[in-house]
Ligand binder design. Structure first.
Ligand code: HXC
Length: 259
């Protein structure tokens, strides 16, 4: 993969890789290139055993202010239909390792949709979450109507999508969109700590647990419970499951190997 120009990528530290969206001139607006770089990078990380979890963040002013409106202005209906970003979003959705968004500043439109692709959102107290597309005569198109509803419930999702007005980090916390509020200076550090905690666990168990929780979004309870039970049963075939249980019994730290 060529070096990304719209992302800064850390070396893996304690099993955690940090991706920083970097288009400061446009408040990290998500253009095709940025999304392609992000999808390519996540594809690559997928098979890197040194990475147990990923933190994605932006700047102190903006996680991301949405899809790139200037680029969107160049697309007609066929352009939107054939937009390569649809495939990039699909690849981001398919990422199997835990993804934690560390959000400060504006988290709007496609930016909010990207944050909602993360499994956990941790936000600075000044963060603003919104789906302002309606003000542009359009609507969310990368999961904003679906994931937001599941995160905050119907009434607040409707209010955000139909008025286009953002909510504060405190409101996002109250509605369950995010899991923690930090002071802005420590958001990334806190997200990295949580990611490191996850990265210490058995990778296959982590992957299956994430997959099972996400399954709840698109299945009924009985099917979801069956899915969970099958994943739980499958884990019994892993060496890490024996290691984790034996380590507990022997009162030592487990040494997981990812198999
Ligand atoms: C392109 C953007 C941008 C965006 C900001 N910029 N948001 N460029 N696309 N989404 C650019 C501005 O044009 C400006 O460039 C620079 O970033 C700084 O922005 P300002 O507006 O000067 O900053 P500020 O006054 O602080 O206002 C911040 C803001 C505002 C409130 C976030 O920028 C804003 O409203 N942005 C658009 C938010 C939005 O509508 N997002 C939804 C997009 S649609 P210049 O060159 O002028 O200095 C979408 C659809 C998703 O996301 C569909 C997915 C399939």
């Amino acid at each position: 993969m060529s070096t990304p120009t719209n992302l800064k990528v850390s070396e893996p530290t304690k099993g955690v890789l940090t991706i920083t969206l970097h288009r400061p001139e446009a408040l990290n607006a998500l253009n095709t290139k940025l999304l392609e770089e992000l999808a390519d990078l996540l594809d690559e990380i997928q098979s890197n055993p040194e990475v147990g979890a990923v933190v994605i963040t932006g700047s102190s002013k903006a996680f991301a202010a949405g899809a790139d409106v200037r680029e969107m202005a160049t697309l007609d209906a066929v352009g939107v239909l054939r937009d390569p970003r649809v495939d990039h979003w699909k690849r981001i959705t398919a990422f199997k390792k835990p993804l934690i968004a560390a959000v400060n500043g504006f988290c709007l439109g496609g930016g909010c949709e990207l944050a909602m692709h993360a499994d956990i959102i941790i936000a600075g107290e000044e963060a603003k979450f919104g789906q302002p597309e309606i003000k542009l005569g359009i609507m969310p198109g990368a999961g904003g109507t679906q994931r937001l509803l599941r995160a905050v419930g119907k009434s607040m999702a409707m209010q955000m999508v139909l008025t286009g007005e953002p909510i504060s980090a405190q409101q996002a916390m109250g509605f369950g969109l995010i899991s923690e509020i930090t002071i802005p200076e420590t958001t990334v550090e806190r997200a990295q700590k949580v990611a490191q905690q996850i990265a210490r666990h058995a990778p296959i168990a982590v992957e299956m647990a994430k997959d099972s929780v996400l399954k709840a979004f698109d299945t009924d309870l009985a099917s979801g419970l069956l899915y969970e039970r099958k994943a739980f049963t499958l884990l019994a075939a892993t060496e890490d499951r024996n290691e984790g249980i034996n380590a507990f019994i022997e009162k030592r730290k487990p040494a997981f190997k990812g198999c």
